[in-house]
Design a protein. Structure first.
Length: 272
């Protein structure tokens, strides 16, 4: 039997990249999936968001593994839409065991030209990456608790949540994720619900590989800041992060809670 057989996971941002990888990996371990994605652009990012076609491809890949999936277009900034998506998913799939608040954007590379753009970039990344993660778990927790079987919540953080990588909204939001995780780990322990955060270094997705981000990193190097991993790898693959999530959701991780797990090729530990 697969180690997540019969379980159901709620994952945000499943249209492509890490979110799709997490959905497919957990499905390959036996879980059914409830998933959402925004499927429209956000102006303060320098790269496009997922499309409905991307979301449909994730559905196809999960179903090709013989698993069920309930996928909805929803913005994590919209708490009512998230609650509706989770409710419909539980009604169709019968239960909820895991939540993976994955949806996120980066505006660190956004070229600020006016105070208004600066404010919008801050507001967008805090709303998606921090408030959106909170909205996601608030939609999921009542169903996990009601199941009475325990469960697992795995936040997708970032090495920017463990080190002072820039002073923008992205770093602030990812540090905030750590606080939410730690608080919920204590609050939900009596229900045998484990809460952890996985913190990747740069991952081979459009967030890291778009032209805007590459220009931002080039500026950082020119200013003497070198964001390098300790191991000789430039980018992780999404599957590397998904493997950690599958472990934390499985019984093998049943006594791990309140923990920050870097999947970072030694980035956080590196001394430049």
């Amino acid at each position: 039997m697969s180690r997540l057989e019969g379980k159901v996971a709620f994952i945000t941002g499943i249209g492509r990249g890490q979110g799709r990888s997490h959905a497919v990996r957990l499905a390959s371990e036996g879980a059914d999936i409830i998933g959402v994605d925004i499927c429209h652009d956000i102006d303060s990012t320098a790269y496009p968001m997922s499309t409905k076609d991307d979301l449909d491809e994730t559905v196809r890949q999960v179903e090709a593994l013989g698993r069920r999936i309930v996928a909805r277009v929803a913005d994590v900034r919209d708490s009512a839409a998230l609650r509706q998506a989770v409710q419909e998913g539980v009604e169709q799939l019968g239960r909820l065991d895991f939540a993976v608040p994955n949806a996120g954007i980066s505006t660190a590379h956004f070229k600020i030209t006016t105070p208004e753009q600066d404010e919008q970039a801050w507001n967008d990344v805090i709303a998606v990456n921090l408030t959106g993660a909170w909205n996601s778990v608030q939609a999921a927790i009542p169903y996990i608790v009601a199941g009475g079987r325990g469960g697992s919540i795995v936040f997708i953080g970032s090495t920017a949540g463990l080190r002072g990588v820039g002073a923008g909204g992205y770093t602030a939001a990812k540090h905030g994720i750590v606080g939410i995780m730690r608080g919920l780990a204590n609050e939900l322990a009596e229900d045998n619900i484990r809460v952890n955060a996985v913190h990747p270094t740069a991952v081979n997705t459009l967030m890291a590989t778009n032209e805007g981000m590459q220009a931002y990193l080039a500026d950082q190097v020119a200013n003497g800041s070198h964001h390098l991993n300790a191991l000789p790898v430039e980018l992780l693959e999404p599957a590397d992060v998904s493997a950690a999530i599958a472990f934390l959701c499985s019984d093998e991780g049943r006594y791990i809670t309140g923990t920050n797990l870097p999947v970072d090729a030694g980035f956080v530990n590196r001394v430049d």
